[in-house]
Design a protein around this ligand. Sequence first.
Ligand SMILES: [Zn+2]
Length: 144
Amino acid sequence: MENTSNKKKNTEINIYSIGYKNVLPSELSRIVDDLDATLIDIRYAPTSFSPFWKKDFLQGLYNDKYLHIKDLGNINFNNNNDIKILDLERGIDNVLNGNFKNVIFMCACEDLNECHRKIIKEYLMKKYSIEMVEIDNDFLSENF
Ligand SMILES: [Zn+2]
């Protein structure tokens, strides 16, 4: 596997995050459009009981504006063990080595503080001084 860890990183990127249980599928589409963002699915298993949140559906809807990065998924999403991200460094390297301007990291969880989004947020700040912006009600009322 190519070692990309020493490549120059794109730290000009804007990184947002969202828990899709907070929005309707149509609202998410509008947010993705308005932010001109790539939707990055950070679920370990990108599936759902709802057809709207399954990987195949999202891929069909967003085409090349959708990407699933399993490395950023929480291995323990379906049990009560502590959050463990598959490969946080490699996952973020892939994002920062790409040509993205705006990305939205998407998980299901409503609460950032109970989701592995929080670990990713802290990592981005600590390692790259990148502020990950949560798309919450405050953000939506100010921007949409
Ligand atoms: Zn989550």
